[in-house]
Design a protein around this ligand. Structure first.
Ligand code: SAM
Length: 277
């Protein structure tokens, strides 16, 4: 049976709650792999039971990865090695990228079997723009580091996606409101499970909602991009032009102000001549 799969590394996405989301291809790879590298063998054993197979498993997690990786890399030259995480897509806030890097460096084949990912599933529930999004994973738990991480992304013109736990949800939502402004957001919880929900509101309203009642289960926060910057007013333009005209000829002053305020250069040039005249 193992001969069916070519040697190499197989990155296998698994369900984030509903076992029905395991793809037929993922089940086929898991049932044929020579060994499955797992975060927690009890969790993956449950998944294997669900598809009625038994395969050898070996732990691969943050605490043993450095020690275990060389052996796995050696094996994938001769056998099919699958990598799973407890839930969702390996490597996404989960171990695995160094295994992929070293497998490639060793010349082994790397194959992905895509599937569930909580971040992507939350984006499909939130009703916020999806054309550009920025995945933050988990924010640092300490207040100062968390505020610094939020400040770093405040100017990014994209929807933000974060993982969080129930007990920390309200504090994180309040920190996001403080650092980003009170943007629209969604809290997606228990996706694909019995109590799946997506609650949408402003960050501050969501923080208030969860402050006294930390929710159970697994959570993704999705935050809207920053609003469009307000267009500069005629008064702003006049003030900037008047200042620039003290240093520059009209055409150059118009060019400088057009760039600075995002306004039309020709209109500014006409206005500069008026102001001078
Ligand atoms: N690799 C996984 C993936 O592809 O989504 C994520 C692993 S990360 C260690 C676990 C976090 O993902 C949880 O703390 C939670 O924030 C989020 N998560 C996982 N399953 C979820 C679910 N069913 N509903 C909401 N969030 C979930």
């Amino acid at each position: 049976m193992n001969a069916v799969l070519a040697p190499g590394l197989y990155i296998v996405a698994t369900p984030i709650g509903n076992l029905g989301d395991l793809s037929p291809r993922a089940a086929q790879i898991l049932s044929q792999a020579a060994v499955i590298a797992v975060e927690d063998s009890r969790v993956t054993a449950g998944l294997l039971r669900h598809i009625g197979v038994k395969r050898p498993m070996t732990p691969y997690h943050d605490h043993n990865a450095e020690a275990v990786r060389p052996g796995l890399i050696a094996r994938m030259g001769m056998e099919a090695v699958a990598l799973v995480s407890d839930a969702g897509t390996p490597l996404i806030s989960d171990p695995g990228y160094k295994l992929v890097r070293d497998a490639r460096a060793a010349g082994h084949s790397v194959v992905t079997i895509p599937g569930p990912c909580a971040a992507i599933a939350a984006l499909t529930l939130a009703g916020l723009p999806t054309d550009r999004f920025f995945f933050l994973g988990f924010l640092p738990p300490k207040a100062q580091a968390r505020a610094a991480a939020i400040a770093e992304v405040a100017a990014i013109r994209a929807t933000l996606v974060l993982y969080e736990s129930g007990p920390r949800l309200a504090v994180t939502l309040a920190a996001l409101a403080e650092g980003l402004g009170d943007r629209d957001a969604a809290v997606a919880r228990e996706i694909t499970k019995k109590f799946e929900e997506a609650v949408t509101d402003s960050l501050s309203a969501l923080a208030a909602r969860y402050a006294d009642a930390p929710p159970r289960g697994e959570i993704v926060i999705v935050v809207a991009p920053p609003g469009e910057p307000e267009a500069a007013s005629a008064e702003d333009a006049d003030a900037a032009l008047a200042e620039a005209l003290q240093r520059l000829p009209a055409s150059k002053a118009a060019g400088e102000v057009a760039k600075k305020l995002g306004l039309d250069r020709r209109e500014l040039y006409a206005r500069a001549l008026e102001l001078k005249g």
